[in-house]
Design a protein around this ligand. Structure first.
Ligand SMILES: [Zn+2]
Ligand SMILES: [Zn+2]
Length: 427
């Protein structure tokens, strides 16, 4: 017998199919069976009046720390956090310990994800062996094993020849190459944005140019490799000039996409003034002008995906002094509320616009058939109360880590239910 789940009376938002209307969604077994006015009984009926019914959210940039740093996060704890936040698919970064660099590693992540039975867990593979930037990792085998892209995230690929080879190689497998744009030599031992504030605080800075220079270089490489199936994705862009580089690349119709994080929209470098390490991130928090440029880029449709770069760390590590503490913010569990605050409340995006950048577009970047409520698609659905306010409380996080500068914030937009493959996995 088939299992049936009928979601009634919600505001159904499915940007991929141009749907934004009050109607019903019928799920049979693990698939979307019908969207529209549905007058029939079903085994399970959910009343979603006053709620949004959207494709499950997709975060293509998370760090779940497994293998190697399971005390910070595991695939199980990260998956539980994801599904509680409406995410039905996540993409793990390969900078684990050891790095994800062959097919066995990729299969390990997938197996752990299946065992957790929460969200769909994908992974990218490393571009280079041990993420050392020298020799290409086994990208072909990893792609065959289901890696949805490649990145040395945590660092960019420094060597131009290696990066060119990686782009050409990825082109053969039709997978995306994602880059943490930062010139290591130029960034040096910087811990925050370089400028007036870093000087006042006496902290070494990371110049915006460290990001922009690598992004510019990569755009030239993409031009060189074209035409082909090549796809390049700039991770967590953070500066006004990066936005301009992306704008020009898109004007030239280059196959380039990019993403932003909540922290680069909600904070500036001034947040580092109290040496609070929860504001130590990489790339660093930038100036108010950069933040405005990122928001304008979102309004202009230049940004392809909203991600978290969820980077859990132990409290003991984040309690180190600013110079020694690790980079990163744990934000997966409150991501939707943060994006509502950053983008919907100021009127930069409406709900369909926000959902598009958290579902349809990220799915396209990694090349998976997800992010829509189309009939016949796997039933990954989020039910969201757009008006429910709640207080972010890190003590209640399912994530193992608490390095979250948003603790105590009141945000709007609460996930009520998350359905993964037709199964209610969070409510
Ligand atoms: Zn990164
Ligand atoms: Zn990252």
């Amino acid at each position: 017998m088939n299992s049936e789940l009928l979601i009634k009376n919600g505001r159904v938002i499915d940007p991929a199919n141009g749907i934004d209307e009050k109607c019903d969604v019928l799920i049979v077994d693990e698939k979307i069976a019908e969207v529209g006015k549905i007058e029939r009984p079903a085994q399970t009926v959910i009343d979603a009046a006053g709620k949004l019914v959207t494709p499950g959210l997709i975060d293509i940039h998370v760090h779940f720390r497994e293998p190697g740093d399971e005390e910070e996060e595991t695939i199980a704890s990260g998956s539980a956090a994801a599904v509680a936040a409406g995410f039905t698919s996540v993409v793990c970064m390969p900078n684990t310990n050891p790095a994800i660099e062959n097919e066995t590693d990729v299969e390990y992540i997938h197996r752990k994800g299946r065992q957790a039975r929460k969200t769909h867990v994908y992974t990218m593979g490393s571009i280079t062996k041990k993420r050392e930037g020298v020799e290409l990792a086994e990208m072909g085998f990893m792609a065959e094993a289901g890696a949805v892209g490649f990145t040395d995230d945590g660092n960019g690929v420094q060597n131009l020849a290696v990066m060119l080879r990686a782009l050409k190689y990825a082109d053969m497998f039709d997978v995306v190459i994602a880059q943490h744009c930062q010139d290591d030599g130029f960034a040096g031992n910087g811990v925050m944005n370089a400028g007036f504030h870093s000087t006042v605080l006496g902290l070494p800075g990371i110049d915006a140019l460290a990001e922009e220079a690598m992004l510019w270089r990569d755009i030239q490489l993409v031009k060189k490799v074209r035409p082909g199936r090549i796809r390049y994705h700039a991770q967590h862009i953070s500066t006004a000039r990066s936005v301009e580089l992306i704008r020009a690349a898109k004007r030239d119709s280059l196959p380039i996409t990019c993403e932003v994080t909540p922290h680069h929209l909600l904070f500036t470098e001034q947040c580092c003034a109290d040496y609070d390490t929860n504001y130590k991130v990489n790339p660093p928090l930038r100036t108010a002008k950069d933040v405005e440029a990122l928001k304008q880029a979102i309004a202009d449709g230049l940004i392809d995906a909203l991600v978290t770069d969820h980077a859990p760390h132990l409290q003991s590590e984040k309690e180190l002094e600013f110079l020694a503490a690790p980079f990163g913010v744990a934000s997966l569990e409150c991501a939707l509320g943060l994006y509502v605050k950053a983008l919907i409340e100021p009127g930069i995006l409406d709900w369909p616009g926000l959902i598009k950048l958290m579902t349809e577009k990220p799915a396209k970047i990694i090349g998976v058939d997800k992010g829509t409520l189309g009939v016949g698609k796997q039933a990954d659905v989020a039910i969201i109360d757009p008006n429910a306010q709640y207080k972010i409380d890190t003590e209640r996080f399912r994530s193992k880590s608490r390095n979250c500068p948003y603790n105590g914030w009141t945000v709007k937009g609460r996930v009520e239910k998350t359905i993964v493959g037709g199964e209610i996995r969070f409510e």
